[in-house]
Design a protein around this ligand. Structure first.
Ligand SMILES: Cc1cc2nc3c(=O)[nH]c(=O)nc-3n(C[C@H](O)[C@H](O)[C@H](O)COP(=O)(O)OP(=O)(O)OC[C@H]3O[C@@H](n4cnc5c(N)ncnc54)[C@H](O)[C@@H]3O)c2cc1C
Length: 386
């Protein structure tokens, strides 16, 4: 057993960390106040490989292993949770759908610009007003007309939809087949009849935008179907398997940042004639967060390692997502507690970290859905273990 990152992975972590320390961390408060990550910062991620992490080199991507991709998302989230989610959704949802299921022609046509920052980002549209956890209830309809699909319906909460080249859209293409009659269709955002509403007003994570998307007789060629028609739901579940690892990584990054802020403050603040760090109750908050962050990071890297080895990672990914996201909420809660009233102030960064962490137990499969996935796998195969 080897718990070391490779030399390449360590170097990559440093490259991303240095970039985030320079370009994102210093403006995290501004990002959350203005509710926008500057597009110029996102553009700079292109040459670094952050916009095409799992995209093969032949389509201008960085072709990173899953552990390196997790490290990058963790470091981005250490800088700002919302910005990290923007990049995570682009890589692990929009791009991943094309990488996993696109044809060579589709990859050539759609991946190079979005992977390098020349083009805009990408999005994956699954959720609808009446269907989030229960994707079998998706109603967005795709009907064939000659060589085209005609798409009618609406999606909700679609991250990056307002700033994407294309939106991979989960549709019902053959209602008689039920969950075997769904298809993923690549919809360019300049398609006639596609409308993206203004960003939703969220509790936090200002560095990421999610939108309602409406499809009114949107016409795209049938050749824009990703993979096999009718397998959209099964494809979606595979995409979400990978997404869980990176939302886990994102949560580790937020928790790490929150712990660092808590430690910094505990060293400075005096109460009852001592610094906070000398009070045992504060030490326990710090110790619990450190222990849980370590556990979550191991879980995330283990799931990513399984993915890199080509081994099944559904349960390990769900375990990592469940634990890391709930852990990040506890760690950022503790960081606020250590700060006292200042923790509740928007002048201090822990408030934004807590609000970003809160999202992670909801997006890309809620904690309850992770528990359903884990329990199903435990009954089938037994619990995950190294
Ligand atoms: C900021 C943000 C960004 C998002 N980005 C995207 C995106 O890019 N693309 C996209 O497609 N979607 C996106 N979503 C939507 C997100 O994936 C869904 O909100 C999530 O899957 C939950 O769906 P829902 O909101 O419809 O909740 P529901 O499915 O209605 O669930 C409500 C509650 O009931 C619980 N629940 C539901 N079913 C069960 C069950 N069988 N057993 C036990 N408990 C259950 C849930 O866990 C939850 O607590 C985003 C959401 C947010 C908030």
């Amino acid at each position: 057993m080897d718990f070391q990152l490779s030399e390449e992975q360590r170097l990559w972590r440093k490259v991303v960390h240095d970039f985030v320390a320079k370009e994102i961390k210093p403006i995290a408060q501004e990002i959350n106040e203005k509710e926008e990550t500057p597009p110029s910062v996102i553009k700079k991620m292109g040459p670094l490989g952050l916009l095409g992490m799992s995209v093969p080199e032949e389509y201008s991507g960085a072709e990173l292993d899953a552990i390196s991709a997790a490290i990058a998302i963790e470091e981005l989230a250490w800088g700002d949770g919302g910005t990290a989610l923007t990049i995570e959704a682009h890589n692990e949802l929009g791009c991943a759908a094309v990488v996993l299921f696109g044809s060579d022609d589709q990859k050539k046509a759609f991946l190079p610009d979005v992977s390098t920052g020349k083009g805009k980002l990408t999005a994956l549209a699954l959720t609808e007003p009446q269907a989030g956890s229960d994707l079998r209830n998706v109603k967005t309809r795709a009907i064939k007309d000659g060589d085209d699909w005609v798409i009618q319906g609406s999606k909700a909460w679609i991250t990056n939809a307002g700033d994407s080249e294309f939106i991979v859209t989960l549709t019902i293409s053959d209602p008689e087949q039920g969950s075997r009659g769904m298809s993923l269709i690549l919809v360019p955002t300049d398609s006639k009849g596609l409308t993206v509403a203004p960003p939703e007003k969220k509790m936090g994570a200002g560095g990421t935008h999610s939108h309602e998307v409406r499809y009114e007789n949107v016409r795209v060629p049938i050749t824009n179907t990703l993979g096999v028609e009718g397998e959209g739901l099964q494809q979606t579940l595979k995409i979400l398997d990978g997404g869980r690892i990176s939302v886990g990584a994102l949560s580790v990054g937020i928790a790490q940042a929150a712990l660092e802020e808590g430690v910094r403050y505990a060293k400075e603040r005096q109460t009852f004639g001592k610094t906070l760090k000398e009070h045992q109750a504060i030490q326990w908050l710090v110790a619990d967060a450190a222990a849980e962050i370590h556990a979550a990071r191991l879980m995330v890297y283990y799931a990513a390692w399984l993915k890199d080895q080509g081994k099944p990672f559904t349960q390990a990914g769900a375990v990592a997502k469940l634990f890391a996201t709930e852990m990040a909420e506890r760690a950022s809660y503790s960081a606020i507690q250590i700060h006292g009233s200042y923790g509740y102030s928007r002048e201090y960064p822990v408030e934004a970290m807590y609000k970003a962490a809160r999202l992670m137990t909801i997006g890309e499969g809620t904690s309850e859905i992770q528990r359903l996935v884990i329990a199903r796998k435990v009954f089938e195969d037994g619990p995950v273990r190294i």
